[in-house]
Design a protein around this ligand. Structure first.
Ligand code: NAP
Length: 254
């Protein structure tokens, strides 16, 4: 079975932005995709796009930080498609603030969605992968893992996801399951638009500023990340595990 053809994938936070692009890309390459987000109506528009293009997808709702909801969503996906081979831990939120102003809620919400969410989804999904002796887990980190002003919570979570991913690679490798992470730089989505507003600029100015300061001289788009996920998710990437790819236009080189 080459690539992701006929594999069953679950993409979290897939109603928009990077997650939606990943869901579309995996489906275009033949995977059957669970499009999971906080509400089913939000996920349904991506499912409709995929099915209109001839692909297979199922809208699922869950808060990734709630065990019962994640379990129910995975059970539904496996009930519908009979397996779970690929998990993309993509759901994320921002609660940016300088450390001295960051509330307990800002801290906890970010840890809950990124870290607890990836923990729960991976723990529940790996059961199916280990049983099948095949699996691909991809976690969404960020260049912010290296530190970013106003993001003590988010940077901590994104660095934590790299350690989490490497540990999954060690524990699950013997069962045919790989785990890798992607660390995007600036990718134009609702999340970056919100960041632009927070720091008092516009998304156009932000894109121009990023483009002028990085080697590839353009802002990133969700499809840039989806291409990297597609590599890790494919059968042919089976000897690659515990890795972090920075999809940042070379920003980290400077
Ligand atoms: P986005 O447009 O805000 O999409 C994130 C999606 O996750 C939203 O649909 C959101 O739903 C959903 N979500 C939030 N909390 C959830 C929860 N508890 N359970 C299930 N779904 C939840 O963000 P994005 O820019 O595509 O980012 C996707 C991932 O890439 C995130 O992990 C982000 O940290 C990471 N990333 C993004 C960039 C970038 O430049 N955009 C850079 C580095 C890393 P609601 O809209 O209803 O909240």
């Amino acid at each position: 079975m080459p690539g992701v053809q006929d594999r069953v994938a679950l993409v979290t936070g897939a109603a928009q932005g990077i997650g939606a692009a990943i869901a579309r890309r995996l489906a275009a390459d033949g995977a059957r995709v669970g499009v999971l987000d906080l509400t089913e109506p939000a996920a349904r528009s991506v499912v409709n796009e995929i099915t209109s293009a001839g692909g297979a997808a199922l809208a699922l709702s869950a808060d990734v930080s709630e065990r019962d909801q994640v379990q129910a969503a995975v059970d539904r996906l496996v009930g519908e498609y009979g397996a779970l081979h690929i998990l993309v831990n993509n759901a994320g939120v921002l609660r940016d603030n300088l450390l001295f102003k960051m509330s307990d809620d800002d801290w906890t919400t970010v840890m809950q969605v990124h870290l607890r969410g990836a923990f729960l989804c991976s723990q529940i999904a790996q059961k199916h992968m280990v049983e099948a002796r095949y699996g691909r887990i991809v976690c969404m980190s960020s260049t912010s893992a290296l530190g970013n002003r106003g993001q003590a919570n988010y940077a901590t979570a994104k660095a934590g996801l790299q350690g989490f991913t490497k540990t999954l690679a060690i524990e699950l490798g013997p069962f045919g399951v790989t785990a890798n992470a992607i660390a995007p730089g600036f990718i134009e989505t609702a999340m970056t638009k919100a960041t632009a507003e927070r720091i008092g600029t516009t998304i156009d100015q932000m894109r121009e500023q990023v483009a002028s300061s990085i080697p590839v001289r353009r802002g990133g788009v969700p499809e840039d990340v989806a291409n990297a996920v597609r590599f890790f998710a494919g059968e042919e990437a089976g000897y690659v595990t515990g890795q972090v790819i920075y999809v940042d236009g070379g920003r980290g080189l400077l």
